[in-house]
Design a protein around this ligand. Structure first.
Ligand code: F3S
Length: 420
């Protein structure tokens, strides 16, 4: 890699030990990735405390080292949910060890060194919906989260790979390859959506179908209507579950290309893929891993529910009583607002739990679900995929459907969802 004078100095230890270790990591990573240089980033959205933080990559750096006192990350930095995982809010309503005050206190203490360095504790997979940093067109940043990568690249028109880490937050630099370079952001294939996308579930399924068809290619997509924020978030999460789509263009919606021709850089598409209603049905069928009617546990909030989604669930739940366990997971900031508005009380009165900062998938699967869960229902294709994978081959059963069907299952303890 070609380094600037400043970067050479940082690499040789001229800016201190921690900077030197971070630069060693970034240069090695960049060389392995084929990057020719580093690029300055405008922000980092997100590091995962204790996860892709110092412990994993830099055993030589102690996050509690007094040398770090009074020092701060170089760029605005926000945190994803922590790992090892635990719930930030609502934990009192869960089960051991999650509801143990000592356990919770110890886990929260582990996050504080990151706060001292300036990482804002958004502590969620949808950090970008609640933080005050949304990169603008052409800005470079560094992130780690499936739904976030296409949000940054496609929706914001900013530039990121999947590589948020302590090193990039500390130095404000990242290797310039893949999505940081103009030529890799052009579309090569055209997706035409011929299915009318009518609700959140349709966008969830559509993202999966596109992910499966595209793998790592950049598509230009037409025919998806005018998705809401929640629908974009859902679609982005399944683009990176069914496949690995980190960038796409939707002329009229995403900022980098206003026409199909511009998205393709004036070239012809390698091919055109038409997604029809039958393709969504195929994904839907794939996500049904259950047989019987009984449901023990309903999980809502993957990616973590937005305020509008919490509100929708609360309206559906108000005045009812659940027969099955119900968790509604959100980010800590939305949790506080929902609590203030009395939504947590409504959910609790119905026998459900409002919590923040984690999910059954992140917590580790079966051992971290309400005891004796055999059949779960969820409105998220991503959670469904992770949870059945995590529990394989113990055969946890999982139903997938709309939010309305999931709330009905929580209230009746029965699954009545069906393809419409
Ligand atoms: Fe978030 Fe868990 Fe889904 S951390 S994106 S809710 S798998």
């Amino acid at each position: 890699m070609r380094l600037t004078e400043e970067e050479e100095r940082m690499l040789k230890g001229g800016d201190g030990y921690v900077t030197m270790k971070c630069m060693e990591y970034l240069v090695e990573y960049g060389e392995k990735a084929g990057a020719e240089r580093l690029v300055n980033i405008d922000g980092i959205v997100d590091i995962r405390p204790g996860f892709t933080g110092v412990e994993l990559f830099f055993s030589e750096i102690n996050i509690n080292d007094p040398q770090l006192y009074g020092k701060h990350f170089k760029v605005p930095t926000y945190t994803n949910k922590p790992g090892p995982s635990f719930c930030i809010d609502g934990w009192e309503d869960l089960f051991p060890p999650l509801n143990d005050p000592e356990f919770h206190h110890k886990m929260m203490e582990g996050l504080k060194p990151y706060w001292r360095l300036g990482a804002v504790p958004t502590l969620t997979c949808d950090y970008y919906l609640v933080s005050s940093y949304n990169p603008t067109v052409g800005q470079h940043c560094s992130c780690t989260e499936s739904s976030l990568i296409p949000w940054i690249n496609a929706i914001c028109g900013a530039r990121t790979n999947y590589d948020g880490s302590f090193a990039s937050a500390w130095t404000g630099k990242i290797p310039a390859f893949d999505m940081h370079l103009d030529e890799n952001r052009l579309a090569t294939r055209h997706i035409i959506c011929e299915a009318e996308l009518r609700n959140d579930m349709d966008y969830d399924l559509f993202g999966w179908a596109v992910g499966e068809a595209m793998e790592l290619e950049v598509p230009v997509i037409t025919g998806i209507g005018k998705p809401t924020t929640s629908q974009i978030v859902k679609m982005n999460s399944t683009l990176n579950t069914g496949g690995q789509v980190r960038m796409y263009h939707v002329p009229g919606l995403t900022p980098e290309a206003s026409t199909v021709e511009a998205a393709l850089g004036g070239k012809k598409a390698v091919d055109t893929v038409v997604i029809k209603r039958g393709d969504l049905r195929k994904v839907y069928d794939k996500l049904q891993y259950a047989g019987g009617e009984n449901v023990d546990f309903v999980y809502l909030g993957c990616p973590h529910y937005t305020m509008n989604e919490v509100q929708k669930a609360v309206y559906l739940l108000e005045g009812k009583k659940c027969k099955a366990n119900l968790w509604i997971m959100t980010n800590p900031w939305t949790f506080k607002m929902a609590e203030m508005m009395g939504y947590r009380d409504i959910i609790r009165r119905a026998g459900g739990v409002l919590a923040s900062g984690s999910c059954p998938g992140m917590l580790g699967g079966e051992g971290f679900m309400p005891p004796n869960t055999k059949v779960m229902a969820t409105d998220s294709a991503k959670q469904n995929y992770y949870i059945t994978g995590l529990n394989y081959p113990s055969k946890l059963q999982a139903w997938y459907g709309t939010t309305e069907e999931c709330i009905e299952a929580a209230v009746t303890g029965k699954w009545k969802g069906q393809w419409k």
